[in-house]
Design a protein around this ligand. Structure first.
Ligand code: SAM
Length: 242
C-alpha cells in the first residue's frame, strides 16, 4: 500500500517595497521553510518587478538550495491567454504541493494589492481543494512612499483612494476632488497628463512623486512640474494630499 503524502501549503509572501530590512520576520521564516520559491515573470510592463522581488527575498532570507520556480504570467488584457498562463502556472505549483512541498509565491509589497498571486489562488484551489493557502502580508509600496516623503496618508477621518494605472483624466479629477489623499500607482506612463491635471486643479504643490521608495537610489520629488517630459521607471508612485 502506498502512503499518501500530505499536500504542501501555498504561501503568498509579501517581501515589501525594496529594502530587505522591511521584510517581516514571518516572511523570512516562511521563505526559509519553503522548498520552492515561485517567482512571477511578467514579460510585459514590469519585466524587472519579479527579479526585484527575488533579489529582495534573497537578501533578507537564505534561499540557497531551494527550487526557484519561474512562472510566466503575462500582463495582457487577452482573457484566453491570461487563463491559459494562470492554468499552466497553477498546475506547476500544484505539482509541487502534491509532493508535500511548501511553495512560497513572492510578491513585491503586499500580495493582496495588485499582485498576480490573488488571480492564481482559485486555479490552484480548483486543482487541489485541500491544499492550505496562506498569505503573509508585506509593507506596501505606497506605505514606503509615504514614509519616504514623510506624508501621512490619512489623518482624522480623512478619505484615501488608491488608484492604479490607465487613468481617465476626467475620472481622476473627480476622485481627487472626492478624497483627501489619492495614491496613484503605475504612474510612469501618465506623468505629463497628470501634471497638466494637477496644474488645472491648482494642486501641483500638493503632489509628491516617489520612485524606488526604500531602495538605495530612492527619489523623492516635491516639484512635480519639474518631471514634465521625464520618463520615470515603473517603480514610481505619486501621492496627492490636499
Ligand atoms: C503591480 S503594483 C505592485 C503593488 C505591490 N503589490 C504593493 O503592495 O505595493 C506596482 C506599482 O507599485 C508601485 N511601486 C512598487 N514598488 C515601489 C517602490 N519601491 N517605490 C514606489 N512605488 C513602488 C509603483 O506604482 C508600481 O507601478
Amino acid at each position: 500500500m502506498t502512503e499518501s503524502v500530505k499536500n504542501g501549503a501555498l504561501y503568498g509572501v509579501g517581501v515589501g517595497p525594496g529594502d530587505p530590512e522591511l521584510m517581516t520576520l514571518k516572511a523570512v521564516r516562511v521563505l526559509e521553510g519553503s522548498a520552492v520559491i515561485a517567482v512571477p515573470k511578467s514579460a510585459g510592463a514590469a519585466p524587472d518587478a519579479a527579479s526585484r522581488a527575488l533579489s529582495i527575498a534573497s537578501k533578507g532570507a537564505e534561499l540557497k538550495g531551494k527550487e526557484i520556480l519561474r512562472l510566466l504570467l503575462p500582463m495582457t488584457k487577452d482573457a484566453a491567454r491570461l487563463k491559459e498562463a494562470r492554468q499552466t502556472a497553477a498546475s506547476a505549483i500544484a505539482g509541487r504541493l502534491e509532493k508535500g512541498l511548501d511553495v512560497s509565491f513572492i510578491t513585491l509589497g503586499d500580495p493582496m494589492l495588485y499582485s498576480t498571486f490573488s488571480y492564481l489562488v482559485p486555479f490552484v484551489r480548483k486543482l487541489l481543494p485541500d491544499a492550505p493557502v496562506r498569505v503573509i502580508p508585506g509593507v506596501t509600496s505606497f506605505s514606503a512612499a509615504a514614509a519616504s516623503a514623510i506624508i501621512p496618508l490619512a489623518e482624522s477621518g480623512g478619505k484615501v483612494a488608491i488608484i492604479p494605472a490607465a487613468y481617465d483624466i476626467e475620472d481622476l479629477r473627480e476622485r481627487i476632488a472626492a478624497n483627501d489623499t489619492v495614491v496613484l500607482m503605475k504612474v510612469n506612463r501618465a506623468m505629463d497628463a497628470l501634471i497638466g491635471l494637477l496644474c488645472s486643479m491648482g494642486l501641483e504643490k500638493n503632489a509628491v512623486f516617489v520612485s524606488r521608495a526604500s531602495w538605495p537610489d530612492e527619489e523623492v520629488v516635491t516639484d512635480i512640474k519639474s518631471l514634465k517630459g521625464a520618463s520615470p521607471d515603473y517603480f514610481s508612485t505619486v501621492i496627492i494630499k490636499k
